[in-house]
Design a protein around this ligand. Structure first.
Ligand SMILES: [Ca+2]
Ligand SMILES: [Ca+2]
Ligand SMILES: [Ca+2]
Ligand SMILES: [Ca+2]
Length: 470
């Protein structure tokens, strides 16, 4: 008896408390997306693939799609955990410009019934306080009721509407079907949560970028050492240890945005946090590959302060005003009273007492924000400052679309840093590009022959041109 008792203790401390992986999927409700209804990435069996390791894959689809999972034992918010990190979620970003951020929420089984019917607490990531983050956002997807891929219409609580676009690479229906998701309403359904803005750069169609968020989102940071059971330090830009996305239960807030203290949690939810399209790459959709509970190790420490500057457009213009949003954090919680120095390295760049940036000269501008009392805690943002000369050159006669008729590729000249909206002859938008610069190649090989309209928008003026695809 004694021997068996001893073995049980060893077994439990090696495999259950330390380094436990996901043990059970409680729910998988994706949003529509190009991988949904595929056995390997968008099905209940794909969801099962993230159990027990870090090399599965499940796609959550477009905004709002989610998965809920648990571990064998509760996940402790142990103060001795490395950098305060309690668990890591692994996704599949290949680089820092390949992020598909998902918001993570946690729940404690307060009524001890084994079910996630208690209160969700969102873990606040770096973008939680940004002015363009939308809380209590809701989106409703409508089933196009086709047996093959078809654009899935959506409407949201901000009065916007659009589509999860069908593409040529994935031909199955994108709205979750009753074959895979028998409990889901086959007419329409609504998903809700916090929405952050994806930082996309669609100007180069061969290198579409979705910039990683600073911390606190799934499918956001690349992996590190595949054998490590230690987490990344989310407050440094380097990838430490296992990499992936590190989460601290202490980032939890209640529905009013107040931090709350939880000693342990039982359930984790990961939800796609952006409503965005990456042109021919399709919708931004969070994927996860697994999750790892982190064991205490008081010997692992590192930087725990952080400052960050909210993204600006890659190109800004002289004599225009750009509000800067600058934040300070300690162990991922917002510091309200931290004094921050903001400096610029381009002459003519001025930041006033309200953090409004204006530039009077062109060039490359780097903005540095640092703690006033700890100058080594800093972050930088680099942008190009340009003359808005395209304003005067932007006219009907200068804009040239070629070739026209076009077949697989298209270029536009006479514009710089424009937004391009392409719609078909029925008026339905089928492509939206931002930061388009002169002569960049646009891939139209997935579009059917027909008449299209290109709306080219620069600095509040717009020109519409007709395009024939044959
Ligand atoms: Ca913690
Ligand atoms: Ca991904
Ligand atoms: Ca419960
Ligand atoms: Ca790091």
């Amino acid at each position: 008896m004694k021997k068996i008792y001893f073995l049980l203790i060893v077994f439990s401390s090696t495999f259950s408390i330390h380094a436990q992986y996901i043990s059970e999927i409680i729910e998988y409700t994706p949003a529509p997306g190009q991988f949904i209804n595929t056995e390997s990435f968008g099905s209940p069996s794909a969801a099962q693939s993230v159990i027990g390791g870090r090399n599965g894959t499940v796609s959550l689809g477009a905004f709002g799609g989610y998965i809920i999972f648990k571990f064998t034992n509760p996940v402790e918010n142990n103060p001795d955990n490395p950098y305060g990190i309690d668990f890591t979620v692994f996704g599949n970003p290949a680089s820092t410009t390949n992020a598909e951020p998902g918001i993570v929420s946690v729940m404690k089984d307060e009524n001890n019934n084994g079910l996630p019917d208690d209160t969700w607490y969102e873990l606040t990531g770096s973008d939680y306080y940004f002015s363009n983050t939308v809380y209590n956002y809701e989106i409703t997807y409508t089933n196009p009721q086709q047996s093959t891929a078809e654009d899935v219409p959506w409407t949201d609580t901000q009065g916007e509407n659009g589509f999860v676009y069908a593409n040529n690479y994935h031909t199955q229906p994108y709205y979750p079907t009753s074959d895979f998701f028998p409990d889901l309403n086959q007419d329409n359904y609504t998903l809700h949560g916090t929405k952050i803005k994806a930082a996309l750069d669609l100007s180069d169609q061969t290198n579409i970028r979705s910039y990683q968020r600073v911390f606190g989102y799934a499918d956001n940071h690349i992996r590190g050492d595949a054998n490590s059971f230690l987490p990344d330090n989310p407050y440094t830009p380097e990838v430490e240890n296992a990499g992936g996305d590190a989460f601290d239960i202490s980032w939890a807030v209640d529905a009013n945005g107040n931090y709350i203290d939880l000693t342990e949690i039982d359930f984790v939810k990961v939800q796609c946090a952006v409503n965005a399209n990456m042109a021919w790459l399709g919708e931004v959709s969070t994927e996860i590959s697994g999750a790892l509970d982190i064991a205490p190790d008081a010997s692992v420490n590192g930087q725990e302060n952080l400052t960050l500057i909210k993204d600006l457009p890659q190109t800004i213009y002289i004599n225009q005003a750009y509000p800067l949003e600058v934040f300070a954090f300690n162990k991922g919680r917002l510091l309200n009273n931290q004094a921050i120095n903001i400096t610029t390295d381009l002459s003519g760049a001025v930041i006033d007492e309200n953090n409004i940036l204006t530039c009077s000269q062109t060039g490359t501008l780097t903005i540095t924000a640092s703690f006033s009392d700890k100058p080594e805690i800093l972050s930088r943002l680099t942008v190009t400052v340009s003359e808005p000369e395209n304003v005067k050159n932007f006219n009907e006669n200068n804009i040239l679309i070629y070739p026209n008729p076009a077949h697989s590729k298209l270029q536009i000249s006479g514009t710089n840093n424009a937004s391009i909206r392409m719609s078909d002859s029925s008026g339905k938008e089928i492509m939206y590009l931002q930061n388009y610069s002169n002569h960049k190649t646009i891939d139209i090989s997935s579009l059917k022959p027909g008449i299209y309209f290109l709306k080219i928008i620069e600095n509040n003026s717009q020109i519409t041109k007709k395009l024939i695809i044959n």
